[in-house]
Design a protein around this ligand. Structure first.
Ligand SMILES: O=C(O)C(=O)C[C@H](O)[C@H](O)COP(=O)(O)O
Length: 214
């Protein structure tokens, strides 16, 4: 597997963040490092998302990716801003192919077996399951893994501290993604301490081996 995806698999949890501008990006990076989870998927959902991405990328300890990448042009923009992995809500071939041309791993969103067939055809071995809770949660991962035993998933959408273990217990799950640690309201309120607390809690949950026995 790609070394960046391997690293995501070691970290097991990927905070999905909505941050706007370099200042929020830098503070976010510090908060995640303080919480022991040096990885972020910076979504392209704010006017200052690229500046935020660059600020996170400037923190050498943090593995930064870009989320909500929906066009091939955005692939170029985020790679140039320093993104080391890309995440897309769906599977759109021009986006996947551009990422492959740029040599940056991409996790496109899948929700059906047909999406997975296209992912396999594109040579992918890790995908995002999105929106995970809506398409069936851990049961959907299990069911979709049947015909695609080599595929690994990053369920995202509706993941929280309350259900993280249900996903991480599955062998097919590389890591789980979600915004619960970095709620947008906490960012706008400047409550970086709460972001660090939630991040640390997620790290603790991911490190707790009890879910393996469930
Ligand atoms: O737009 C994208 O590319 C995304 O990455 C979507 C996010 O993964 C989800 O919006 C996170 O879902 P929640 O954790 O339920 O907030």
């Amino acid at each position: 597997m790609d070394p960046v995806l391997d690293r995501i698999g070691e970290l097991r949890v990927v905070p999905v963040v909505v941050v706007d501008g370099a200042d929020e990006g830098a503070r976010l990076a510090d908060s995640l490092v303080a919480g022991g989870l040096p990885v972020a998927e910076v979504t392209l959902r704010t006017p200052g998302a690229l500046a935020a991405l660059e600020a996170v990328a400037a923190q050498p300890d943090v593995l930064v990716g870009a989320g909500t990448v929906v066009t091939a042009a955005q692939v170029d923009q985020v790679v140039e801003a320093g993104a080391r992995f890309l995440v897309s809500p769906g599977l759109f071939e021009p986006v996947v192919r551009r990422a492959q041309e740029r040599g940056v791993p991409i996790l496109p969103g899948v929700a059906t077996a047909s999406d997975l067939m296209r992912a396999v055809d594109l040579g992918l071995d890790v995908v995002k399951l999105f929106p995970a809770s809506v398409v069936g949660g851990p049961a959907a991962v299990k069911a979709l893994s049947g015909p695609f035993p080599q595929m690994r998933f990053m369920p995202t959408g509706g993941v929280s501290a309350a259900n993280l273990h249900d996903y991480l217990a599955l062998d097919a799950v590389l890591a789980a993604g979600g915004s619960w640690m970095v709620d947008r309201a906490l960012v706008t309120a400047g409550d970086w301490a709460e972001i660090t607390r939630r991040t640390r809690e997620a790290v603790g949950l991911a490190a707790d081996p009890s879910y393996r026995e469930a």
